[in-house]
Design a protein around this ligand. Structure first.
Ligand code: TTP
Ligand code: MG
Length: 357
């Protein structure tokens, strides 16, 4: 049975936080701009949330320690994140884009998938639609985005990243293989750094290498993920564009490479987990009230502790402080830790801010 052909768009705003900042402060235009932790003249902790393209030229990008950013580009304009503003703009952009889709799925704060199969007859019409979305966002919001068009979400997402900023990339069904083949395997959604390293030892560097690899060997090595990776490498993705179901909690955990009794190591990892969890909450515009930590000792004895705050928050410092407080009681000098985790729950959805900026 043949399936109906789909046409999917993926839209991703260009250097979102810094683009919004530049729009609000035209005096920053042309200068490198970095949004993230306070650099404290090179002594700051924490990381870069994002940077504009001028700062990226100096090597400053998302996730880089802010102290490194300062060394690479001390002349940049450094700004703390203004989340209420980014969330307001995100709502406005999503409201624009949603109108153009039969099915719409927001993905993070500045990305969305649009299934337009029922309203366009072919890729030429999809291209015209994408241009219209880009125009409306530019005119109403004074911001640019990049759009990818393809036969499924996977291709559309990779295509939107292909020509940034202000890009529009169309990859038709019969072009997917040639489009994907030269790209590094890492570009596939499921391929993280560890998997990438493993693939390299197997001689797999590009998506093309992966597509031509024996799927039974991949399945034996990586389980379901191996099968999934092989399908993706061949450009196959049947997942539907659908509004995300309501999230009940957001959590991340990590297992130490070696069990450790060193409190600093554990607390640094806890901070990193809190950062990941907080970013996801921010991306989904969720404020939380409950924080839970999990700890597993080397003998697999596992503990969880929760605290419900008196207020709702999405601030990283609140999460870090609460998580630390909760975990502290378990950090005993003679006991080695195997795993820790951080979870936030009890969500309140962020309000649309009507009169900001
Ligand atoms: P991205 O779309 O990944 O990045 P971007 O929009 O800044 O740049 P690009 O032009 O390459 O799309 O993420 C959207 C926003 O999410 C980004 O502006 C800031 C935030 N973010 C973080 O806070 N930390 C991160 O590590 C990343 C990747 C993004
Ligand atoms: Mg973006």
């Amino acid at each position: 049975m043949s399936e109906k052909k789909r046409i999917i768009l993926h839209m991703d705003m260009d250097h979102f936080y810094t683009a919004v900042e530049e729009r609000e402060h035209p005096e920053y235009k042309g200068k490198p701009v970095v949004v993230g932790a306070d650099p404290k003249e090179g002594k700051g902790r924490g990381v870069v949330s994002t940077s504009n393209y001028e700062a990226r030229k100096a090597g400053v990008r998302s996730g880089l320690p802010i102290s490194r950013a300062w060394k690479l580009c001390p002349e940049a304009v450094y700004l703390p994140p203004n989340f209420p503003l980014y969330i307001k703009v995100s709502h406005e952009i999503m409201d624009i884009a949603r109108k153009y889709a039969d099915k719409f799925e927001q993905w993070g704060i500045d990305e969305a998938f649009l299934d337009v199969s029922a309203r366009v007859k072919n890729y030429a019409e999809a291209e015209a639609l994408a241009k219209q979305i880009k125009r409306e966002i530019r005119e109403k919001e004074n911001l640019t985005c990049s759009i990818g068009i393809g036969p499924n979400k996977l291709i559309a997402k990779i295509a939107s990243d292909y020509q940034k900023p202000d890009g529009l990339t169309i990859v038709k069904e019969d072009e997917t293989e040639a489009f994907l083949a030269p790209m590094p395997a890492r570009k596939l959604l499921w391929v993280g750094r560890k998997t990438e390293a493993k693939l390299k030892t197997m001689g797999i560097n590009t998506i093309g290498d992966l597509a031509h690899y024996d799927p039974t060997v991949l399945a034996a090595k990586f389980g379901v993920m191996g099968t999934q990776m092989h399908l993706m490498a061949r450009g196959i993705d049947r997942s539907e564009v659908e509004p995300r179901t309501e999230v009940k909690s957001i959590s991340h955990e990590t297992t130490f490479e070696e069990d450790t009794a060193d409190a600093d190591t554990v607390l640094n990892a806890l901070d990193a987990l809190s950062e990941e969890v907080c970013r996801e909450a921010l991306n989904q515009n969720l404020f939380f009230k409950t924080v839970t930590v999990k700890l597993r000792y080397e003998n697999f004895e596992t503990h969880t502790r929760s605290k419900t705050l008196a207020f709702m928050t999405n601030r990283l410092q609140d999460l870090k402080k609460t998580a630390k407080e909760l975990l502290q009681t378990y950090l005993k000098r003679d006991r080695k830790v195997r795993l820790i985790g951080v979870r936030v729950s009890n969500f309140v959805k962020g309000e649309k801010q009507k009169t900001l900026a």
